[in-house]
Design a protein around this ligand. Structure first.
Ligand code: HAM
Length: 423
């Protein structure tokens, strides 16, 4: 027997309504801020992610699904969306449109991660990017989209962690100070940090290893090394967040795991914080377009992990939609009744309601059990008497009340009742 590959999951019909609800709310929130939808391919040239996300990051070094296709192309399943969206912006000349170009996506991404609760190898993201404007209001707006989306779902006690990691002007000075802080302590740090010290010193601040914590806590802070432009940007962003009443916590050690960030970085974390709990994160990436061979183009965005958001909605007992159920279940007895039920159900559907017809050859008792199990609001009984008189028996499965309704009135009345019940 085959099973779904490790780290992947099936979404069965009883859970699909929750997924649809969360994704529809995400899209609606993005559209309220003027974002249009973009859909990019599931796989890209592997080089896009090596150059975009960064060859020394965990995502590219350890987690990427990279393969050669039969034509010998070096491809990768997307481990994130930002590099793809910036590629599409450059490829389609979106710089000629009014800036910033605001784009959102709902997509599956792939990372060869160690699976556990809230961490999968295929997972879904709500991704948002504003490309082509360096205005700190764009940073504030993407934080706002994420916050309003999560708040609108009913999630509580979330924290926005915020930091600025500077740009090409001021970061080198910070990195020198950081390395100078770590060099004399080289013997005390974990092997990963020894490596980071040579390859990607900024990530030293991100280490979760207990023995590195005091050293990271005492390390220089990016915000103390910002150049005047980065400082102005950060101050303006904080002003906008305050104006929109978006709460945040300054977090000097927040650096994020992708190489493209400049200036703003942020993450949203739920109350039961752990290493795998971040619900969403993002930041500004003013150097990414150039890195991918385009003209210098500022950009800012985030991605939220929908699998984790749904876990948190369940944990916090937030309101969730009921599983999908039909409005009407037809319970015919005998072949002729089944034909009649099929015709009536089809007319109900054409009027906009959802109708099922009991299949196979079953007793009326078994049919009514099926009707109840389907979650339908009404069962329509079509037996011998009903066929002869061309009048169906409609049973409200909530209160058991029965009515007799002529066949020719049935589709219209059921569709009207279903639409009233839904509103
Ligand atoms: P990221 O922090 O790598 O950022 O991922 C964003 C979110 O995806 C995380 O906060 C988390 O909720 C979810 N996530 C990450 N890994 C897993 C996993 N293995 N299983 C389940 N959920 C996971 C990015 O992807 C950037 N592209 C965000 C961005 C957009 N920055 C600027 N624009």
């Amino acid at each position: 027997m085959y099973q779904s590959p490790r780290g992947t999951r099936d979404v069965l019909p009883e859970d699909a309504a929750v997924w649809r609800y969360v994704e529809e709310r995400a899209a609606a929130e993005a559209r309220r801020f003027g974002y249009g939808e973009i859909r990019t391919p599931t796989f890209e040239d592997a080089g896009l992610f090596l150059r975009g996300v960064g060859a020394g990051t965990d995502i590219v070094e350890k987690e990427i699904y990279r393969f050669q296709d039969k034509g010998g192309s070096d491809l990768a399943l997307r481990p994130e969306a930002t590099a793809s969206v910036v590629r599409a912006y450059l490829e389609h000349g979106l710089a000629s449109r009014p800036q910033p170009v605001k784009l959102y996506s709902l997509l599956s991404v792939f990372r060869y991660d160690r699976p556990q609760a809230g961490r999968y190898r295929e997972f879904r993201q709500f991704n948002v990017e504003a490309i082509g404007d360096a205005d700190p209001l764009a940073d504030a707006e993407v934080v706002a989209i994420l916050w309003r989306f999560l708040e609108g779902l009913g999630l509580r006690n979330l924290t926005v962690f915020l930091n600025s990691i500077g740009d090409a002007v001021c970061r080198p000075g910070f990195i020198r100070a950081l390395v100078a802080h770590y060099e004399p302590r080289k013997a005390e740090i974990c092997p990963d940090c020894s490596r980071r010290l040579d390859t990607n010193p900024l990530r030293l601040l991100d280490c979760k290893n207990a023995r590195c914590q005091p050293i990271a806590d005492a390390a220089p802070r990016t915000v103390d090394y910002l150049c005047p432009d980065c400082q102005r940007h950060f101050d303006a962003l904080r002003g906008y967040l305050q104006a929109m009443e978006l709460p945040y916590e300054l977090t000097p050690r927040l650096v994020r795991g992708l190489d493209y960030y400049t200036r703003t970085v942020f993450e949203v974390v739920p109350p039961t914080a752990g290493a795998q709990s971040t619900l969403g994160g993002g930041g500004r990436y003013d150097g990414l377009a150039e890195q991918l061979g385009g003209k210098p183009t500022p950009g800012v965005g985030f991605a939220a992990g929908l699998d984790r958001i749904i876990l948190n909605l369940e944990e916090q007992g937030c309101p969730l939609p009921a599983p999908d159920a039909p409005d009407v279940f037809f319970a015919p007895l005998g072949d002729e009744a089944k034909r009649q039920a099929a015709a009536l159900a089809d007319r109900v559907r054409r009027q906009g309601a959802a109708a099922l017809v009991g299949m196979g050859d079953r007793s009326m008792k078994a049919r009514l059990r099926q009707a109840a199990a389907s979650g339908a609001r009404w069962a329509v009984i079509v037996g011998e008497d009903e066929l002869r008189e061309e009048v169906a028996t409609v049973k409200d499965l909530r209160d058991g009340e029965q009515q007799r309704v002529p066949f020719d009135e049935l589709p219209g009345r059921l569709a009207a009742a279903a639409s009233e019940a839904a509103s």
